[in-house]
Design a protein around this ligand. Structure first.
Ligand code: FVH
Length: 299
């Protein structure tokens, strides 16, 4: 008997928005008996032809399987969706994006209701989930035994990365990566705004931007090493003093081009704040030391 001959574990899925619907198709295609529920019932009924069992209520869906996955809009939706559902003995996996504090509070909430709990953060869009090689994956944190028990099922739509028993850590990793992404989007947006109206086509800047951002990717590892060692000076090739002076050129160029500097100025201000706090000491650092200013009171 091979693994594919084994009976597939049944599960219930609550929440059939763009993401939930893709997840549902993934589990159905893999042969898992799936019970679905959605607040707007038509989205659940649409999955019946693909083999889903449609529950009339969230409580009914929860009752249908030991493994209950929720993928709702936000943490508050869990309260309204799961109100009145009996979670006793259930394994609850929350794929809804939330904050670390929400993940921890939700774990305590689940425990009070007799359920085991895993929080999660999906790294990928609905177009990526279920597509081999797309790079989509899901962070999980909370109960390790629960993760181990359900890993094979959870990995049907996207690869799984367990990031610790603190139920807040999936959200922490998720939001850290998303925040970095928006910083990147902000810089890219500013760059395209600078060339607008000039004889430089966005499509010509695009490969240069990609190449440059790739080359600057070294900053990720460099920052991690310096934050660990707290050594912000050894081996610095682009000093903070030089970069603060250079940042004035960025701001003057934005002004010349008629582009607001709001997307880049917070980071430039942070560098300047670090330098001005102690120019003799911080001038020879690179920019990583400025990170210590972000957690106010922790520098
Ligand atoms: N879509 C994406 O690109 C991202 C990728 C990364 C992960 N996020 C997070 O995934 C969660 C679900 O996202 P989604 O794309 O499925 O979102 P929607 O299409 O807007 O569907 C939302 C579902 O939540 C239901 N819902 C909303 N409020 C309530 C409520 N008070 N009670 C019960 N259900 C509720 C909604 O139901 P309906 O509007 O169809 O009746 C949908 O099923 C999310 O955390 C993303 O941040 C997606």
């Amino acid at each position: 008997m091979t693994d594919t001959d084994l009976p597939k574990r049944p599960l219930a899925l609550l929440g059939l928005g763009d993401m939930g619907t893709v997840l549902a198709h993934g589990w159905l295609a893999a042969g898992h008996p799936l019970t679905v529920w959605n607040r707007t019932a038509a989205k659940a009924r649409a999955l019946a032809p693909a083999g889903a069992r449609v529950a009339e209520s969230a409580a009914g869906a929860v009752a249908a399987a030991d493994l209950v996955v929720v993928c709702l809009l936000d943490d508050a939706s869990l309260d309204s969706a799961l109100e009145g559902a009996d979670l006793t003995g259930k394994d609850l996996v929350n794929l809804t994006t939330g904050t670390p504090a929400e993940g921890r509070a939700r774990a305590a909430w689940a425990r009070e209701r007799g359920a085991r709990f895993l929080d999660a953060g999906i790294m990928g869009t609905p177009a990526m989930v279920g597509v081999p090689g797309s790079g989509a994956y899901v962070f999980y944190s909370g109960s390790r035994p629960l993760f181990d028990r359900h890993r094979a099922v959870l990995e049907v739509p996207a690869a799984a990365r367990f990031v610790g028993t603190d139920p807040g850590h999936a959200a922490l990793h998720d939001v850290a990566l998303l925040s970095a992404m928006y910083g990147l989007f902000a810089g890219i947006s500013h760059a395209y705004a600078l060339i607008e109206g000039e004889d430089v086509a966005p499509k010509d800047l695009a490969p240069l931007l990609s190449e440059w951002l790739g080359a600057m990717g070294f900053f990720v590892g460099n920052a991690a090493e310096r934050l660990t060692s707290r050594d912000f000076t050894t081996g610095v090739v682009s000093s903070l003093a030089m970069q603060v002076a250079g940042s004035r050129t960025l701001l003057r160029t934005a002004a010349e081009q008629g582009v607001g500097a709001g997307l880049i100025s917070p980071y430039l201000d942070l560098m300047r704040e670090r330098l001005e706090a102690d120019p003799a000491r911080h001038g020879a650092e690179d920019t990583v030391g400025a990170i210590t200013l972000l957690r106010r009171g922790a520098a």
